[in-house]
Every structure is written in structure tokens, then in C-alpha cells.
Design a protein around this ligand. Structure first.
Ligand SMILES: [Zn+2]
Length: 188
């Protein structure tokens, strides 16, 4: 085994030469790593495998609840870095994408009305076959669970369904909040 690790989505082999096995997935006839770990190309059985670096495979599954940090908010989507799969911390983090249509049950025209960079968000995986994985936050227990004031950076308290207020400067900010905002990353 070499010291060279592969990152999720890194190309390992082509479909003509190997079969995609554990820790890998197939995309456009190319076998790619699904997890961070040690790649192994088994020339005897023509199988491409990635042994997860973390010991136990921590691959996001459909329906799984994840917690991450919003990296970038665009008009119709956002990108977040997923740090928790269920209760388990993952390193390196996975990247997840949330589309506006999967964000809220309310009518909203842009993602900026719901989320901002730096927000800690709890979401659910709706498609784990794609890289990045696709997320949704429509239900009441999904959304922002921790947010800092846009103006001064102090912790913001939840004062209404989708309304936060800074504990320092009283600035209001609108967010799609989880029902248990401020209570921690796990769902009771
Ligand atoms: Zn403030």
C-alpha cells in the first residue's frame, strides 16, 4: 500500500479496465473515489477499491442527516461543507449542494433570503450518488442551527420562526431556521 491517498471524486481507473468496487463510483465510464482513502487496483480480479482513511466507511446515504457550514450562497443554490454525517464527524468534509427548490416550503425567490455564508445548517441527503451530494432543508427540523450577526459577528438568537436577532447590537436577520435553533447539532 502506498502513502498516496485519493480524495472523493478523484479518478482511479477506466471502466474498460476495472470494475467499481467498495468506496468507488462510476461516472462517464470512469471509476472515481467516493471516499477519502487508500486506492487499491486489484489486477487479479479487475476491481478498483478505495479503503476509507477513517477506518469505517463514512459515506453519505439518502435520508441521512448532515450538519455543515455554508460556504457560498448563490441566487438559486448554495454550497456547504459537511462536517457531520449523523453524529459522526467526517474529515475531510464532504461538499453538499442545496437547491432553492429543496430549501423551504415557503415561496422564496432567492437563496439569499434563507441562508448566508458561515451559517451552520442541518440538512438531509436527497441524492448521495452525485458529487457533491444533494441536500434538502424543507422540514421544520432542518435549516440554520447556529448563526452569527451579519453586522458584528456576535451570536444571534432566534426570536421568531425565521427571524434572528443579534445578542449584542440587536440587528435582525432572516434565515430558514431549524425549530431547535441554538440547541446543538443533534436532533432530540
Ligand atoms: Zn450584531
Amino acid at each position: 500500500m502506498t502513502e498516496k491517498y485519493v480524495f472523493p471524486s478523484e479518478k482511479l481507473a477506466v471502466e474498460e479496465e476495472y470494475l467499481p468496487a467498495e468506496g468507488t463510483y462510476l461516472e462517464n465510464h470512469e471509476i472515481r473515489a467516493a471516499v477519502f482513502g487508500d486506492p487499491f487496483l486489484d489486477r487479479e480480479h479487475y476491481k478498483a477499491t478505495v479503503f476509507p482513511k477513517m477506518g469505517k466507511a463514512k459515506v453519505p446515504h439518502v435520508g441521512e442527516i448532515v450538519v455543515g457550514v455554508v460556504q457560498a450562497v448563490r441566487k438559486y443554490s448554495l454550497v456547504m461543507e459537511i462536517h457531520f454525517l449523523g453524529e459522526e464527524e467526517v474529515f475531510p468534509p464532504y461538499t453538499g449542494v442545496l437547491h432553492l427548490a429543496n430549501s423551504s416550503r415557503d415561496f422564496v425567490s432567492t437563496m439569499e433570503e434563507l441562508y448566508a455564508s458561515g451559517d451552520i445548517v442541518r440538512a438531509r441527503v436527497v441524492d448521495a450518488k452525485t458529487v457533491p451530494v444533494q441536500l434538502e432543508t424543507k422540514a421544520i427540523n432542518f435549516g440554520v442551527i447556529y448563526s452569527l450577526c451579519e453586522r458584528c459577528g456576535t451570536v444571534a438568537n432566534k426570536i421568531g420562526r425565521d427571524k434572528l436577532q443579534c445578542t449584542q447590537c440587536d440587528h435582525f436577520q432572516k434565515r430558514k431556521t431549524a425549530i431547535d435553533y441554538g440547541k446543538g447539532i443533534l436532533i432530540e
